[in-house]
Design a protein around this ligand. Sequence first.
Ligand code: WT7
Length: 636
Amino acid sequence: MTDKTIYKKASKDPIKFWEELAEDIFWNKKWTKAFNHEPPYFQWFVDGKLNITQSCLDQHLPENKDKVALIWEPESIEEEPKLITYGQLFAQVCSFGNALKKLGVKKGDRVVIYMPMIPESVVAMLACARIGAVHSVVFSAFSSHALKARLEDTEAKVLITADGYYRRGQVIDLKSAADQGIIDTKIEKVIVVKRAGNDIVWENIDLWWHEIIEKENDDCPAEIMDSEDPLFILYTSGSTGKPKGILHTCGGYTVQAKATGKLIFNLKADDIFWCTADIGWVTGHTYAVYSALLNNITTLFFEGAPDWPTNDRWAKTIEKHKVTVFYTAPTAVRMFQKYGEEELKEEDLSSLRLLGSVGEPIDEAAWQWFSDNVGGGKCEIVDTWWQTETGGILISSLSGVGPFKPTFTGLAFPGIKVDILNDKGESCSVDEHGNLVILPPFAPGMLRGVYNNDDKYRQTYWQDYGQNIYFTSDAALKDKDGLIRVLGRVDDVLKIAGHRLSTGEMESAVNGHELIGECAVIGIPDPIKGEAIVVFVVIEKKAASTEDELKQAAISQLKKEIGPIAIPKQVYIVEDLPKTRSGKIMRRILKKLFTGEELGDLSTLANPEIVEKISKLVSNEMNKFDSSEFKNKING
Ligand code: WT7
C-alpha cells in the first residue's frame, strides 16, 4: 500500500526511485547508467535492452493467458462486444508482426496507423513494437491532408487503415481519406481492416488485414530494443507551423507508463479500466493501451461517441462492463452535466471506484457534478496533468494517498521535480501565477526529440529558461500546501474539447484558400468544449466574393486541412485586423471582445478604429455589450 512516505523517499534520490520502479518491467539486459544528461538531451536506463510487448504480453501469459485484456464495445448497441484475452492478443500481435516483417518492415522503419477505435488498432501498435518498427498513429478524424503531412514527415512505407467505421450511426469512409492522403508519399503498401463493409476503391498496393494475418504463425520473437531506441512518434500542435513529431523511446516510456498507471490509479488485478481517449491522442496510447497492459488489467475500448444513440450511452457502458476506473476529459463531464443527472436514473454505476480527469483544467462545478453523480460521492477524482511530450502523467495526487482538492491537479508524481517560475526565472510565491517547468532529472518517459526537427526541440522546450529546464508552455500556481493548479496554455495552442490545436496551423489552413488573404484565429471560452474556435477573415478591398462565400471558404479549409474538430464556432468577416505598428496581429485584443476583459490602451495600435468596428460586429451577434460599454473598456 502506497502512502505519503513515497514522496520523501523519491525526492531524496529520484534517480534511484525510478530505478526501483524500473525493476517492475522485463529487461533482457539491465541498464548500466540510470540517467545521463547532456543538456538539452537526456537518456534513461542507458544500455538497457527490452521490448515493451514482453512486459505487456509475454510476462502475463504463464498465469493470466485467459484473462481478458481488451473489452471492445462497438458503436452499435446491436453488435456484440468482443472480449480478447491476453493469450489471444499475444497471438494476434505475433501473427501481425510476422505479416509486417513479410512486407519488409524492419526495426526502425516507421509505420503509420490511421485507424478507428477497433481491436486491430491495438494489435497494430503492439505488432510494430514487437518487431521494433516505430508506430505513428494518426487520429482517424484527421483529414487526408493531415495524414499526408505525417506520412511525408515520417517517410513511412506502410500504412494501416480500415475500410470505414461508425460514428453516430453513419459509416465514415476512412479508406478514401487514406487513398487521398498517400498520394505522392512513399507508401508502398496499405493494409486495410474490414470493419464497416462499405464500398471502397481497391488499389493494387492494398492488402486485406484478415488475409495477410491468416497466413502467419503466432511465433514472433520480440526484437530486442535498446532503451533509447524509438518506440513511437506522435504528432502534436505547437505555436506555429506544422505539427511536431514527438519522439518517445522504449525504456523510459515503458517504466513510466507502468508506474504512473499503477500508482496514480492504484490499479488492482480485477480493474476494468476505461480511458475514453482515442488512440490517436497520447492518452489513448499510454493509458488505454500500454499502461493497462503493462499492469495486466482489462482495458475497455469504445468505438463510438459517448452520447450515441442515447445521452446515457457512456453510463450504460460503465454498467454493462462493470467499469471500475473511468478516465475522461472535463469536456465530456460538462456534456454529461448538461444532459442532466435524470439521464443517469436507470444506470447502476456502483462498480466505479475511481474517476480520472485529463486534458484541460476541470472547473469546480464539473468536478463536483462528476464526484456526486458519477462517483456517487464515494470515488476519488485524480486530476492528471501531462502532455504528449511527457509521455505519461507527471502531476496528479495518488489514489489512496491524496489530497484531492477541486481545480488542483495535486502534487507532482514522486520523483518528478516541477516548479513555477516568473519571467525572470525565479520561483513564484504561494498563489502567484507563473510558468510551469520540469527540472532534472525530468521523467524517464519524456520526449527525446522532435522527429526531423532538432531546432524545434531546442526552441520549444529548452530556450525560455535555458537548457536545463523544460518549459511546458502552461501557466500554473501553487497553493500553500504545494498543490498545483494548471491554468492553461501560454502559447498559441488551443484546447478544443481537450484536443490540442494550434492557432498558427489553423490560420495557415484558412489563408490557403484562394479567396482569402489574411485571417486570425482565436479561442474563446465555451461552456462545454472549454474553448471554441473563432475565425476573423479579412475581406479584400475589391473582393469579388460575398461574405457568405468567405465564411464557407474558411470552414471548408479547416475541415480539409485538419478535420472536423477544427470547425469554428463563428467566422467573422472584417475589413482589417487590429495590428501593432510593426504589423503584428493583436489576437489578445480580439479575444478580450469575447471575455469582456478590459481592452486596455489601444493607442499603440496602427489601426485602433478597427477594434470598435469588430466589437460592434461581435456584439451584434452576441448581444454582449453595447458601444458605451465598449468605450468604458478602453483604458480601463
Ligand atoms: C496540454 C497537453 C495529457 C494528455 C492529454 C493532452 C493541458 C492536460 C491537464 C490537466 C489542466 C491540462 C495542458 C497541457 N492539460 N492535462 N489535468 N489540467 N490542463 O495532451 O494534447 O499534449 O495537451 O493539455 O495545457 O499542456 P496534449
